[in-house]
Design a protein around this ligand. Structure first.
Ligand code: ZN
Length: 275
């Protein structure tokens, strides 16, 4: 038997397992559709190239299990490829261009709008997608009227007390967090003996950083020999389990909040200056 779509999340929350009539009849006012967006790109010598896509599915599987059965929150099949051109110097990376990925997002959003949905969450597990997704989210808002939300799991699940200060600052790829997560989700896909530590040498700059303050454009081969930025030697499956649980706790609450959000209630009446 084919066993890919197992468990509560995929049996009960996958929008595309429903028939056209079921989707049509579904109440849309409080519905939220979640689109998982990952990447297929090198993650160092120890992790599979589909790490980001895999983490997204793992996190959402656990998150969906925590939702009340009547919560009207639906999962779409993941877009497993992302904009990964910063990793193209490493084999196994498969990247979409910015224009292609932007087009895919807009086409999916337009189709959801045609089906009558009002809320779309872009659930992103690859940092290299982030800038494009913020642009696309606003385009979709303008062109379809959909309420569009954007989240990456790193921004909801607090992991800062579980990792080193150096990892917090520079561990952006294939390091402690991602390795721990894959060790928890799919342990037999990790080459334990090849786990390494490599941090980019930018700590001496006051303003220049990889992803904050003042940025410089980089590709992975500019900043890393092994293809990772972080310390994968500190990763453990137990840590990965804990991170998964924390993200699922926070994200399941966040999804319920997003489902009830209505953008028409955000604008207040302007206060006039006293006469
Ligand atoms: Zn990654």
């Amino acid at each position: 038997m084919f066993q890919r779509y197992e468990g509560t999340a995929w049996e009960e929350r996958l929008l595309t397992r429903l028939s056209s009539r079921e989707v049509g009849d579904m109440p849309k006012d409080d519905a939220l559709v979640v689109l998982p967006l990952g990447a297929v790109e090198q993650h160092g010598p120890h992790l599979p190239v589909m790490t980001d896509a895999l983490i997204g599915e793992g996190v959402l599987t656990r998150t969906m299990e925590r939702l009340p059965p009547d919560s009207n929150i639906w999962l779409l099949p993941p877009v497993s490829y992302g904009k990964s051109n910063e990793h193209l110097d490493f084999p196994g990376t498969i990247s979409l261009s910015a224009a292609t990925l932007h087009g895919i997002l807009c086409d999916i959003a337009f189709s959801l709008h045609k089906s009558g949905f009002r809320r779309l969450l872009l659930f992103n597990t690859h940092g290299g997608n982030a800038d494009l997704f913020n642009v696309a989210a606003r385009e979709i808002r303008l062109s379809t009227g959909l309420m569009v939300f954007y989240v990456s799991p790193g921004s909801v699940g607090a992991v800062s007390d579980l990792i080193s200060e150096e990892e917090r600052e520079f561990g952006i790829h294939g390091g402690d967090v991602e390795t721990s997560l894959v060790m928890a989700i799919k342990p037999n896909w990790v080459h334990d003996e090849l786990r390494a530590a490599e941090m980019p040498d930018v700590a001496r700059y006051r303003y220049l950083t990889l992803e904050g303050k003042i940025r410089f454009a980089w590709v992975m081969s500019d900043i890393s020999e092994s293809g990772i930025a972080g310390d994968a030697t500190r990763a453990t499956a137990e840590k990965g389990e804990l991170i998964l649980d924390r993200i699922a706790d926070a994200l399941s609450e966040a999804l319920l909040e997003i489902r009830m959000f209505d953008i028409s209630a955000v604008k207040k009446k302007a206060a006039l200056s006293p006469q």
